[in-house]
Design a protein. Structure first.
Length: 210
């Protein structure tokens, strides 16, 4: 199902991802870069939004043009690192609704467990874009999407900055209907399930923690 995977090749995105990877990039710069890349990616992720014909009166004449047809959108960051992508998205789509989902891995079963979920009341009627900077093993992303589907959400896209082949394979296997958008596809996961070459822990770098 690789046809559902979109890897960005835009020069600005590639440039900013390179800066993001640099271990010397400060927390402030890292946050700004994550937000900027998310905003640039939003152009492509929203490419299929429907349009309607409208008539607009300019200072010169009537213009027969296009506007969004009012399709409802929501973005759902996976806590905590997904929060870093929200500002960039809302700058481009200021009226978008924002939900939040938090997961942790049960130490006994090693399965993702939902510990927090707050969604717009009409989220089942919306197209949802799930945000997480890293798609590593794909376990958390797959679980989050599964939890959203359990709430009646039918139209879901997943957007990340860096993806590993293992994560892409897991997500396309578990959710073949979900399109994946990533700014870069990396080489592999290491023995600690970190993406190689990756950029380290996105949450720690966003929030200045270790």
């Amino acid at each position: 199902m690789e046809e559902n995977v979109f890897v960005f090749d835009h020069p600005l995105i590639q440039h900013k991802v390179s800066l993001l990877r640099d271990k010397n990039t400060s927390t402030k710069e890292f946050r700004e870069l994550v937000s900027e890349i998310a905003m640039l990616m939003a152009y492509e992720v929203t490419r299929d939004l429907p349009l309607k014909d409208v008539d607009i009166e300019t200072p010169v004449a009537m213009a027969h043009t296009k506007m969004l047809a009012g399709k409802k959108l929501a973005i759902v960051p996976i806590l905590r690192a997904g929060l870093g992508m929200v500002d960039g998205m809302t700058q481009l789509i200021p009226n978008v609704r924002v939900g939040h989902i938090g997961l942790y891995r049960d130490p006994v079963t090693v399965q993702p467990v939902e510990y927090y979920c707050k969604m717009p009341e009409d989220v089942a009627e919306r197209d949802v874009i799930v945000l997480d900077p890293m798609l590593a093993t794909g376990g958390s992303a797959s679980a989050a999407i599964g939890f959203l589907k359990d709430r009646g959400i039918k139209h879901i896209k997943f957007m990340c900055l860096i993806a590993a082949p293992e994560g892409i394979a897991r997500l396309t296997k578990d959710h073949p209907d979900v399109k994946i958008f990533c700014a870069a596809k990396d080489e592999k996961l290491n023995e600690h399930s970190y993406i190689v070459p990756g950029l380290g822990d996105a949450g720690d770098r966003l929030f200045g923690t270790n």
